[in-house]
Write a protein that binds this ligand. Structure first.
Ligand code: DGT
Ligand code: CA
Length: 375
């Protein structure tokens, strides 16, 4: 914080065990069981990794990134354990609704990932973050009542402290770090617990005798710069001091996409019917984001999980569902024409999608929404 400025009030929201919680919401009967969401690589029933799992599975030792075979071994005596494949379309839809809800509560909104966001509520702030607390609690209550989902909320005077507040108590947590209390909150933490400090940096710091945030907060600036460079060195010290001036930035939407799994694999263009709702969805999203697109692309995911894309740019820009549908259909048609002539024979396609990109604003008004590609 710059001393003369009054502190900002930043809220961080992180949805708990997001993909696994989405699965619990869809099927509440699994809520009391270990739930493991898997990214199957497709070769065997067990090849692939754990994407995430609920806290019941975590308590038993399952973790994100772990091989599915290991998670199955850990849970082998638990006959109730549920293993599910990822369903990104569904998680993306839930995320979009929740992000809409959060963004409506503050003036500046930044979506950091599919399940994390920051909200700047500085102008609504009073002493002791009382209004920020109210807004944070309202966000938690609304996500619970509207989506039946718990989340963790942190409040601090910058994004770093809001995030540290979130990480200090999960799941279903709510933590406020008042301005001035940053150092006492951070001091006792090992440096590896500070947001932005990974295992490699932690090791390097340890070798220099810097173990806790307290050590790092008062470490010699020159020594840090010598070891980590002129940019990272001072940043590390700032992190340990709870200093972070990065603003909450509303990221402009760069592209929008919609992708679905076909009822059965296709080796010709016989899925026109699924393209109409996708084009309409993209058209509506462009409209609500006050954007027009210059490029329409298609996405095909083969049964071997290879991704193929084609795109076409045009003028003038469009928002029209019919135009998106027309260009996408032409691209799909030529793709399969091309494939039919390929010496490797016809291709088998499992998932298809449409992407609109090269977006331009229809007005100068700012957008408050980010929808990322989710292949
Ligand atoms: P938490 O700790 O309650 O916030 O749990 P999550 O599951 O929400 O974890 P988070 O916020 O780190 O990640 C959000 C989502 O991203 C998560 O639901 C699944 C996905 N994800 C996280 N880590 C991995 C990973 O190692 N591999 C894959 N494929 N997906 C991951
Ligand atoms: Ca999360």
């Amino acid at each position: 914080m710059i001393a003369s400025e009054r502190p900002r009030a930043i809220i961080a929201v992180d949805l708990d065990y997001f993909y696994a919680q989405c699965e619990e919401v869809r099927n509440p009967s699994i809520k009391s069981k270990p739930v493991v969401v898997c990214v199957y690589s497709g070769r065997t029933q067990e090849s692939g990794a754990v994407s995430t799992c609920n806290y019941i599975a975590r308590d038993l030792g399952v973790r994100s990134g772990m091989p599915i075979a290991l998670a199955k071994r850990i849970l082998r005596d638990n006959l109730t354990a549920v293993f599910l494949p990822m369903d990104m379309e569904y998680y993306q839809t839930v995320s979009e609704r929740i992000m809409g809800l959060i963004s409506s509560k503050g003036e500046k909104f930044e979506q950091a990932s599919i399940d994390e966001a920051y909200l700047d509520v500085t102008t609504k702030q009073d002493a002791n973050f009382r209004i920020a607390e109210e807004i944070g609690k309202a966000i938690k209550a609304e996500i619970l009542s509207e989506e039946k989902m718990t989340c963790t909320v942190g409040v601090g005077q910058n994004k770093l402290m809001a995030k540290m507040a979130v990480d200090s108590k999960k799941p279903d947590g709510f933590t406020i770090i008042l301005p001035g209390l940053e150092r006492s909150f951070l001091n006792r933490l090992p440096v590896g617990k500070l947001f932005g400090i990974g295992p490699k940096t932690e090791e390097k710091l340890k070798a220099m005798g810097i173990v806790t945030a307290r050590d790092l907060a008062s470490a010699d600036r020159e020594t840090l710069s010598d070891h980590f460079g002129k940019k990272l060195g001072p940043t590390l010290r700032d992190i340990a001091n709870g200093v972070d001036e990065s603003p909450v930035v509303e990221k402009p939407i760069e592209q929008l996409s919609r992708i679905i799994t076909l009822k059965s694999d296709a080796n010709s263009f016989d899925f026109h019917d699924v393209l109409t709702p996708m084009s309409e969805y993209l058209s509506k999203k462009l409209f609500s984001s006050k954007m027009m697109c210059k490029t329409v692309g298609i996405i095909l995911i083969t049964s071997e999980l290879k991704i193929k894309t084609r795109s076409k740019s045009f003028s003038p820009t469009t928002q029209s569902g019919d135009q998106i549908l027309k260009v996408a259909s032409e691209l799909f048609y030529s793709f399969f024409e091309e494939q039919s002539k390929s010496p490797q024979g016809p291709i088998s396609v499992r998932r298809v999608g449409i992407k609109v990109s090269d977006l331009v604003a229809t007005s100068t008004s700012k957008k408050t929404e980010t929808l990322e590609d989710y292949i």
